[in-house]
Design a protein around this ligand. Structure first.
Ligand SMILES: Nc1ncnc2c1ncn2[C@@H]1O[C@H](COP(=O)(O)OP(=O)(O)OP(=O)(O)O)[C@@H](O)[C@H]1O
Ligand SMILES: [Mg+2]
Length: 295
């Protein structure tokens, strides 16, 4: 491949597309690099452009465990995508247990993007296979209705999913291969990236706000033992359901506080499906139903 103009023929084809172009692939296949190239091409062609980042584990926009929208108006926007213009809380960096919020968050932000842009790139979760990955991909495709899907696959790893999306949803799919040098990312590397992403979402200027037990979604039952909230990841939401940023709960003798940078416009807290340690930024999975009802 000519590294100065990677994916030249595919990009030539995409430049005429309107609406949503979705990029799918497993971890480290070049999804985000492809997304940036497509955004740059569209920007250069004078299009109005938006990026929806639904990779909740390795976000290039916004916070982990959230889907984010970024308007891309200039090359400077493209050079630093980290600030989100709009965010929705999903609650976990893994899709297990949060497929519904993930799909709704993605569809909501794609809808918002359609109002202000005629070319939208959708970067997606690298969990694309297995029951959960296929269910997520299926419903994201169903609701976001991409005009074109770019499938970045090593060998034939995405073929089952590609077949499904074509058969049931009539999806148009262009296949591409990651550049030859790209290696799989090991679990240690994945873990340290996630820790860095969470650190960024909380630091600096973390503040603690006392919160009442009525501010949560889902609602807590009356006899709920508040100590179980210790360490829970939450989305700090405004009055429109948009996520301002992340928070983590702390419990001390019946008093619950949220540690967050986004307390001043907070209207409510959405419980996530993870616990987070604010010293190490290590996370672990929580089943919300088990947390709330003990089942
Ligand atoms: N066409 C390319 N030429 C050279 N390097 C590339 C190319 N595409 C991707 N890379 C490099 O490979 C690495 C992974 O690429 P990228 O982040 O785009 O993949 P991804 O699928 O989005 O990964 P993740 O699953 O972590 O989100 C990056 O370091 C990137 O710079
Ligand atoms: Mg990526």
């Amino acid at each position: 491949m000519d590294q100065s103009e990677p994916y030249a023929s595919l990009r030539e084809r995409v430049i005429g597309e309107r609406g949503v172009v979705m990029v799918m692939g497993t971890a480290n296949t070049g999804k985000t690099t492809m997304s940036r190239l497509l955004l740059r091409d569209a920007l250069d062609a004078g299009r109005s452009v938006a990026f929806v980042d639904a990779d909740v584990a390795v976000p290039s926009v916004g916070a982990p465990a959230c889907v984010s929208l970024r308007w891309v108006r200039s090359q400077a926007d493209l050079d630093d995508l980290s600030r989100a213009d709009s965010m929705r809380f999903v609650g976990s960096t893994q899709p297990q247990g949060v497929v519904l919020p993930h799909v709704v968050a993605t569809a909501t932000l794609v809808e918002e993007a359609r109002k202000g842009a005629d070319f939208i790139v959708l970067d997606t979760s690298s969990v694309v296979s297995g029951v959960v990955g296929q269910t997520l991909t299926y419903h994201v495709t169903e609701l976001c209705d991409p005009n074109l899907i770019i499938a970045m696959q090593r060998g034939e790893e995405l073929e089952p999913g590609i077949g499904m999306l074509r058969r049931f949803l009539g999806a148009r799919i262009a296949k591409s291969e990651p550049p030859p040098g790209l290696q799989l990312v090991g679990p240690l590397e994945q873990r340290s990236r996630l820790i860095a992403a969470f650190r960024n979402a909380f630091e600096p200027d973390l503040q603690r706000w006392r919160v009442h037990s009525s501010v949560f979604a889902p609602t807590l039952p009356e006899a709920f033992d508040l100590s179980r909230l210790e360490g829970m990841l939450v989305g700090v939401l405004n009055e429109t359901g948009a996520c301002l940023g992340l928070g983590a709960l702390e419990h001390d003798d019946g008093v619950v506080r949220v540690a967050t940078r986004y307390g001043d416009q907070m209207r409510g807290l959405r419980l996530g499906s993870m616990r987070i340690d604010l010293d190490t930024y290590e996370t672990s999975r929580v089943r919300l139903r088990q947390l709330i009802f003990g089942i």
